[in-house]
Design a protein around this ligand. Structure first.
Ligand SMILES: Cc1cc2nc3c(=O)[nH]c(=O)nc-3n(C[C@H](O)[C@H](O)[C@H](O)COP(=O)(O)OP(=O)(O)OC[C@H]3O[C@@H](n4cnc5c(N)ncnc54)[C@H](O)[C@@H]3O)c2cc1C
Length: 265
């Protein structure tokens, strides 16, 4: 561990963790994840099973030129039913200090990978720590652009969180110019404001999404809470239908051509 950053509020605690692999080759691509093996054993005395975490940095590292990568990890203190629980791996990771070592397996993931060809459009739809792979893809494109190697293609980001304060660490990506990335936030628990989810933000941008849906160079990535999947796919369906497009044809093509990627947990 070479860096730990924390973003904490009364009901969330998200950590930005940089792991350095030293002399061990560990090539990764944006969209892949790694497995963390928590130390110790479970209540039955068996070794803990590994938990997966999306890589939040691009292929050449959080710090380019070094053999490192970053993760965005939310401390789990409640189970899905809202009961208090201490998630094994997330708490282990969120308690790490600089200099600690971690057992890693992987990398994993052969399909949630960004398109490589010029002029490909990327539509990223995420909630919470689902922003990690989007951060990796966006930063890779930003570096390509910076080095003059970027050959075009739109980036569109729909980002859902409970409140503005909860937005996971997005570092240098927060203030990117509009002509580089078209970002839309949706907050579901802002005081005195109506609940907004990513699918609401998507519907507001239906005209742009309808154009992108018809472009065979557009790739969709959905990552975050399991519960977002249905609403997001329904929003895409409605955007297509309202634009007079046949969702069955478009949806089937997206799946067949590997242009609709869902990774929810
Ligand atoms: C492909 C993939 C990528 C992932 N990427 C990330 C990532 O980038 N960042 C990240 O923080 N997590 C990510 N996860 C989730 C992560 O793998 C763990 O599931 C999560 O950290 C909880 O593990 P734990 O050991 O702390 O909890 P556990 O000890 O496994 O679980 C404790 C209890 O909490 C419940 N629980 C588990 N996860 C949650 C949750 N998120 N919210 C509420 N209750 C929960 C469990 O059902 C269980 O009852 C990813 C999962 C997958 C499959």
């Amino acid at each position: 561990v070479t860096e730990v950053g924390q973003q904490v509020g009364h009901d969330y605690d998200t950590h930005h963790i940089v792991l350095d692999f030293g002399a061990m080759p560990f090539p990764v691509l944006e969209g892949q994840s790694i497995g963390i093996v928590p130390p110790g054993t479970d209540a039955q005395g068996r070794p803990h099973h590994p938990r997966q975490y999306s890589i939040a940095s691009p292929r050449n590292g959080e710090r380019p030129g070094y053999n490192n990568l970053s993760l965005t990890i939310k401390r789990v203190l409640e189970d899905h039913a809202g009961q208090p629980v201490r998630g094994v791996a997330s708490n282990f990771m969120c308690d790490l200090q600089v200099g600690d070592t971690v057992e890693v397996i992987g990398p994993f993931g052969t399909s949630f990978l960004m398109p490589n060809h010029p002029k490909s459009n990327i539509v990223m739809i995420c909630t919470g720590t689902g922003s990690a792979p989007m951060r990796a893809m966006t930063e890779w494109r930003r570096r390509l652009r910076q080095s003059g190697k970027f050959e075009g293609g739109k980036l569109m980001l729909f980002f859902g969180a409970r409140t503005q304060a909860e937005l996971p660490y997005f570092g240098p990506l927060q203030n990117l110019p509009r002509d580089f990335i078209d970002t839309h936030f949706a907050f579901s628990r802002e005081k005195n404001k109506a609940k907004r989810y990513v699918q609401d933000a998507m519907r507001e941008r239906a005209a742009d999404l309808a154009v992108l849906l018809q472009d065979p160079n557009t790739y969709f990535y959905v990552c975050g809470l399991k519960s977002m999947e249905e609403g997001v796919v329904l929003a895409l369906h409605d955007v297509a239908t309202q634009a007079g497009l046949n969702w069955d044809t478009i949806g089937a093509a997206l799946k067949r051509e590997g242009r609709l990627h869902l990774e929810t947990y």
